[in-house]
Design a protein around this ligand. Structure first.
Ligand SMILES: [Ca+2]
Length: 231
């Protein structure tokens, strides 16, 4: 019993770490009821919020400030895992913006990407569905055996290359992915599996470093202080 627990617990922690961290993360977002010209009531967010209804802020936000970090916005609760919908992302420090039509008064869940301890630290976030929707797995260290449910989109943070494999134990088909700028730690946003050569595949293991010549970089470099959303 002790042996099996000692194996299970680190795996659970590895998968759940970003969502269960208590208190302050390195990521801070403020949501405002009104536009920036007349913001009204507001909500400060440091962590994942699966349903803004729990904070009486569902479908209310019309503008926001990213104080710091990498933030993901979803039209539906649970990060669009039950019903797919509009999603968007924004990263940087001290940027404020009105939400565009489509997201204005529509945001129902928010979460950050990257390490809870530093938004420009090395990590990968792997999402089940394109545009960072639905369930995710977070890794900051080499990961031998990931669940076979992930590979729809990807965010690479920090200054490291990562190699992704379609089989456990660093076997099988593999690609190398990079952040958008490895010198300045601009995060790399891969909105669809095709952008990192994984269409029709799942990611079963990942490790730091570039262990193949098949390399992918983000198709666009997402600038800080700009909202990107699915057209
Ligand atoms: Ca909504």
């Amino acid at each position: 019993m002790v042996n099996s627990l000692s194996i299970i617990l680190p795996i659970l922690f590895f998968v759940l770490a970003p969502s269960v961290i208590q208190g302050q993360s390195d990521h801070t977002l403020q949501l405002y009821d009104g536009p920036l010209s007349s913001p009204g009531s507001w909500l400060s967010v440091n962590n994942y919020i699966e349903n803004l209804q729990n904070y009486a802020f569902n479908d209310l936000a019309s503008s926001m400030c990213v104080i710091r970090g990498i933030w993901l916005f979803y039209e539906n609760p649970s990060y669009n895992s039950v019903f797919l919908g509009l999603s968007a992302f924004y990263w940087g420090e001290n940027f404020c913006d009105d939400l565009p039509a489509g997201l204005n008064n529509q945001v129902s869940s928010v979460r950050y990407a990257g390490s809870p301890f530093g938004f420009q630290a090395d990590s990968i976030n792997i999402y089940q569905v394109d545009w960072f929707q639905s369930y995710e797995v977070f890794a900051a260290t080499d990961s031998l055996d990931l669940s076979p449910y992930y590979g729809g989109s990807l965010i690479v943070t920090g200054r490291s290359y990562w190699t992704l494999y379609d089989s456990p134990n660093y076997q099988g088909y593999r690609v190398c992915v990079s952040p958008a700028d490895i010198t300045y730690a601009y995060p790399g946003f891969y909105t669809q599996a095709a952008e990192f050569g994984f269409s029709g595949r799942v990611i079963r293991s990942a490790r730091r470093g570039c262990w193949t010549e098949k390399m992918f970089s983000p198709t666009f470099s997402a600038q800080p202080g700009q909202l990107y959303r699915r057209n």
